[in-house]
Write a protein that binds this ligand. Structure first.
Ligand code: SAM
Length: 218
């Protein structure tokens, strides 16, 4: 028995690995954040229908014992999230920890992570970096998080509805920081907007879609 943590595309369906398709075809069940969405993904790759187990932030604690039981009965289970790598700013950590505690083999199947794609395309130093996850919404906590970029290149997940406010905060408090807004990665309108906060603020109204914000003082 094994729990396969299967990464899925973050926008471009070509970014599914051969191994991910094979594992999803072979497992006995699929744990999924959005079963309808995963169903469509499986259909796209001609993967036969599977038993789906719903797993999200609201039902994680309730569903975990059922999934562990299936694994302990000897079933192989794949775990997918809506997009990218499960557990990375997605539900998953709780299930993975419980599986580890039950001596269940964990097999990560690598693939897309938005933060990594954004970092790679940013042109900012990435020999060392920090992944923050979603930026806090309140400006005090947000500023503390943004200031981590004094020491490292930092990748944040940010909402397109809040990016303008975040750029305003950066212009005021950290005008010299190097910024890259990586948006719609792997999709048709993929774009890397690089510059100082004030420069990017000028085009902030046009920043739409999914965003990784990358900051570096170097
Ligand atoms: N598990 C995912 C991963 O491996 O990257 C992250 C899931 S998190 C719930 C969703 C956030 O990731 C979005 O709000 C956005 O900040 C970022 N994101 C996901 N896909 C993206 C894309 N194609 N381009 C830019 N950012 C993306």
């Amino acid at each position: 028995m094994a729990l396969y943590i299967v990464a899925t595309p973050i926008g471009n369906l070509e970014d599914m690995t051969y191994r991910a398709v094979r594992v999803l075809s072979e497992v006995g069940g699929v744990v999924s954040e959005d079963t309808r969405r995963t169903g469509l993904l499986l259909k796209h790759y001609n993967i036969p229908k599977k038993e789906f187990i719903s797993f999200n932030d609201h039902n994680a604690k309730r569903q975990t014992p059922k999934i562990i039981e299936l694994l302990l009965e000897g079933k192989d289970i794949a775990f997918t999230s809506d997009a990218g790598t499960p557990g990375i700013s997605d539900p998953g950590f709780y299930l993975i920890r419980e599986a580890v505690a039950n001596n269940i083999q964990i097999v990560p199947i690598p693939g897309a992570v938005a933060a990594i794609n954004g970092l790679i395309g940013s042109g900012l130093p990435i020999d060392k970096f920090f992944f923050y996850g979603f930026l806090p919404k309140t400006s005090g906590k947000k500023l503390d998080a943004l200031k981590l970029s004094n020491d490292f290149t930092v990748a944040y997940y940010e909402s397109p509805h809040r990016i303008k406010k975040t750029l305003e905060l950066l212009s005021k408090e950290m005008p010299e920081v190097n910024v890259c807004v990586a948006r719609e990665l792997t999709k048709k309108f993929e774009e890397f907007i690089r510059g100082k906060p004030e420069e990017i603020l000028k085009v902030a109204d046009k920043i739409k879609g999914e965003i990784v914000l990358i900051l570096s003082s170097k």
